[in-house]
Design a protein around this ligand. Sequence first.
Ligand code: OGA
Ligand code: NI
Length: 361
Amino acid sequence: MVATNSGEFDRAKELKAFDETKAGVKGLVDSGITEIPRIFHIQPGTLADRKPPLPLAIPTIDLEGAFKDEFSRKNVVEDVRNAAEKWGFFQVINHGVPLSVLEEMKDGVRRFHEEDLEAKKRYFSRDYTNRLGYNSNFDLYSSPSANWRDTLSCYIAPDPPKPEDMPDSCRDVMMEYSKHVMNLGNLLFELLSEALGLNPETLKDMDCAKGLFVLSHYYPPCPQPDLTLGTSKHTDSSFITVLLQDHIGGLQVSHQDCWVDVPPVPGALVVNFGDFLQLLTNDKFISAEHRVLANRAGPRISVACFFSTGVLPNPRVYGPIKELLSEENPPKYRDMTITEYTSKYISKGLDGTSQLRHFRI
Ligand code: OGA
Ligand code: NI
């Protein structure tokens, strides 16, 4: 922890001062800074904390076959199983979300973040039980270093916010995009159920597709990208996450102790598994660590759709799926609720450790 340093650097005070501007990282960049404040500094060595990158690419899966005959669908399930077992991270094409909606969604997010500060401030919140809120670094006060990123967060399912509570800049497209992502999620949960050798409806019947939490990120250009990160390494508190990223790049996934770039592919969506799927599958499908580098070329825009009810009240209890367990494969996790898990995840913040390990038996 970078604590108060001989009186020169009062971290708590600087965090508070930054937070109170409500202008986020974008506000710092707009003010013309050429050096980033200390609260954003990562520990030396963080960027090079893995072996040199492998010349590997995460798989790209063409989902077209899933909408066709049984044989084509089986091939897609096979692709999903391979990607799931090896990576926990893949890109999908022919996913059913129109290209125009992908473009409009990125435009909407950019409009929101680039709006006048006074308009954005109305939405500023650190109360995560609100359906919608904008801030910089959900874990500003708990993480070891702040990230170069601002975020608008919104629970869309099971119940969206009232239309009048959503920003004009992105309300319509957020509803439209989410509708498509929910359809894609339903398909992915069917394919994943099949890849696990289960009835296609299993994961949907367990309400994995019930909640959708949409994080609309804005990573402003960074004057010193080697001193900070866009997003610290973490795994997602979701069943799965569907990620839309623009052309800038910087997303990396941890694979065999290396960081592997997840390059922008026009029209594609990234799918990654979250902690809840790892728990349900008793470690068969792993929630891979990932992070986002800061860069000078920004702003970078991305939209992470978490299939999760997050901190919203949800009494349903989850544990490893019984049909996947046996004497040789006993449960590795205790039961939990999504609400319990997510509350702990939020208060811990992205500190580089896994929340899932606290649920290990
Ligand atoms: C996330 C995340 C990646 C990105 O929101 O959990 O990993 O590219 N986002 O913004
Ligand atoms: Ni993530």
